[in-house]
Ligand binder design. Sequence first.
Ligand code: ZN
Length: 90
Amino acid sequence: MTIQGYKNYRCPHCQSERCENDANAGWDVVTQQSVLLSEFDAQWCNDCGEVTLEEYEITDEQEIARIDRARAVLAIEAAAPLLLAAADVA
Ligand SMILES: [Zn+2]
């Protein structure tokens, strides 16, 4: 899976990215962790309160590079078990 895009959300009043929305989570017995089941419309800024979040495109080159590095780590972590299993077979 290749992750694409550099979309983020922020508060339209203070530009903070410390924003959240209501969601419904459940328990996955296989991975032993909570999983996101659905998201609701209620959104808020931790500084301003209830708001409708603003979607924006990240354009800062350093932030994009940081995101790309984090995505590369995720790709390696996802591929590692398959590579290790292939090495066991070889
Ligand atoms: Zn705010």
